[in-house]
Design a protein around this ligand. Structure first.
Ligand SMILES: [Mg+2]
Length: 331
């Protein structure tokens, strides 16, 4: 896998998976979509693994459970859905204190309750290293927003802020007692459920994804699915001054942001502005969808081009060497 890389492997695997009755969207988007009667359900799964996504002292057990849940909720948001039912599969070393295991599960359950979901089951198994795998079922009212659907000329928007979480992870890896806004952003992503539901409900977004592996990487996925290219204006990226000062790489390919990235047709912009006050977060225009031949590029004021995707791949030799990087991409 170090030679193949995560994404090339998936590109080979996915065509070999047979579809089934009721499958509206199969593998390859932020969530699968299945139809049960007239209702559409979103299903996604994601794991946090000790040593790959975190070191033991980076999170309290409750914070870890919380994050494991929230990164999944972000994938439900990426389609415009609402989290509903949670399955939690935990692999735990025998030495792990049962008090901590309880706190970890409470972390999952509390975060779920705050976003309208509840834990309905799971699994507990022994392992050498701690891992938390969450499967989340979301309810979809209306039509889910997919990664495909963006058209050249659409505006590109991103929610919230970029780069802080990656910076927080960097701070923690240097000093486990690090604190502050960036560390909070890393420990506790904020799934943009309100904004996403509005974007879907009002059909504002032609395509959407959540930024988990880095802006350029995930923009690359959206563009590949849509058969388009994209241009990002680096100066427009919503970053704190401290992040901007640390360089563009954090915002472009840092990862762990769990923000929404979406394409919005020009004729929907006025409607979007009217709804902005209900989103619960800033939506920043960062560029435009281009024809496929343009590629995926971020350009700064000096004309320097950062071409993507350059985010995280779990297995590729060039990035797997950067250990303790980020949470996995989803299905
Ligand atoms: Mg995703």
């Amino acid at each position: 896998l170090a030679k193949t890389g995560e994404f090339e492997f998936l590109a080979r695997l996915l065509p070999r998976l047979a579809s089934g009755r009721g499958v509206v969207v199969g593998p390859g988007d932020d969530c699968a979509v299945v139809a049960v009667g007239r209702q559409r359900w979103l299903i996604t799964t994601d794991a946090l693994v000790e040593g790959t996504h975190f070191r033991p002292r980076w999170f309290t057990p409750q914070q870890l459970g919380r994050k494991a849940y929230l990164v999944n909720a972000s994938d439900i948001a990426a389609m415009g859905g609402r989290p509903r039912y949670v399955l939690a599969a935990l692999a735990v070393p025998a030495r792990y204190p049962d008090r901590d295991l309880m706190r970890l599960n409470i972390g999952i359950a509390k975060a779920a309750a705050e976003t309208g979901a509840c834990v309905i089951g799971g699994n507990l198994t022994r392992a050498d290293r701690l891992s938390v795998t969450i499967t989340l079922v979301g309810e979809m009212r209306g039509t889910p927003v997919l990664r495909r659907g963006a058209q050249p000329g659409d505006a590109l928007f991103v929610s919230g802020e970029l780069g802080s979480a990656a910076y927080g992870r960097r701070l923690l890896s240097r000093r486990v007692t690090a604190r502050g806004h960036e560390v909070r952003r890393f420990r506790e992503p904020v799934p943009r459920l309100e904004a996403a539901a509005l974007l879907a409900q009002h059909r504002l977004a032609s395509a959407m994804i959540d930024v988990s592996d880095g802006l350029l990487q995930d923009l690359g996925h959206l563009c590949a699915a849509s058969g388009v290219g994209a241009r990002v204006e680096v100066e427009q990226l919503p970053c704190r001054p401290s992040i901007r000062a640390a360089g563009h790489a954090l915002a472009l390919s840092g990862g762990e942001d769990y923000e929404l990235l979406c394409a919005v047709p020009m004729h929907r912009l006025a409607r979007m502005r009217k709804l902005q006050h209900r989103f619960g977060c800033q939506m920043t225009r960062i560029g435009a969808v281009m024809p496929k031949s343009y590629g995926v590029r971020a350009v700064d004021a000096l004309g320097t081009v950062y071409s993507g995707p350059t985010g995280f791949d779990h297995f590729h030799a060039s990035t797997a060497a950067r250990r303790h990087r980020r949470t996995p991409r989803s299905s």
